[in-house]
Design a protein. Structure first.
Length: 203
């Protein structure tokens, strides 16, 4: 978890995100973009969360939260990093999504906000909010990492992914999941090739 200048301010403002807010006419979309599509087993992979204006103008906002979902058999979330935000995962959140910081069970709630009294602009090309870092655990032709519109754990209230400007909920659409291919590390590929050559020679 990455905490900015003030952990107290982060927690206080993060709690404010949990309050139900009215919906404004303008929308800011959330997009999920992997920095790599293919990685080796054991290597890290970074996936960025972007705020994207729904029109040709930049739109200011002050905070956001996103519900993440991934397959823990293939990916291990190790944290997030950014330069513009105070952000992270609050363990033991009221929605029951973060069993730890960072969560490791395949879902989690990321919270982000700019410093008090400031805003950030979502531009049409997309403004990077934070970058999630995962470690790859085993090979697979594809594993998906997603931002969920909402989620509910047993005996907990419903949680929503959203972007907020002041007291206005201005979330728009949420981009589809990011697909990641995890391939064997080069040494494993070399051993496999050597084994195939040896088998061919014996035949």
């Amino acid at each position: 978890m990455r905490i900015g200048r003030s952990a107290v301010a982060f927690v206080a403002c993060a709690l404010g995100l949990l309050i139900v807010t009215p919906i404004a006419p303008a929308d800011i979309n959330l997009d999920w973009r992997p920095l790599q599509q293919t990685v080796y087993v054991g290597d890290p992979i970074d996936i960025g969360i972007y705020a994207v204006s729904d029109n040709t103008e930049s739109q200011p906002f002050s905070s956001a939260q996103a519900i993440l979902a991934w397959d823990p058999d293939y990916l291990l979330l190790t944290g997030s990093y950014d330069d513009l935000w105070t952000s992270g995962f609050i363990a033991g959140d009221s929605f029951g999504l973060n069993e730890a910081s960072p969560p490791a069970d395949g879902n989690g709630l990321w919270l982000g906000l700019v410093f008090l009294g400031q805003t950030i602009d979502a531009n049409p090309e997309g403004t990077l909010l934070t970058t999630m870092t995962f470690n790859t655990l085993q090979e697979t032709p594809e594993t998906l990492v997603d931002i969920l519109a909402s989620a509910q754990q047993p005996s907990c209230p419903v949680c929503y992914s959203k972007v907020i400007s002041g007291t206005q909920n201005i979330i728009g659409t949420i981009g589809g999941p990011a697909g990641v291919e995890i391939i064997p590390e080069p040494t494993s590929l070399s051993l496999l090739a050597l084994g195939l050559v040896t088998l061919w020679r014996r035949r």
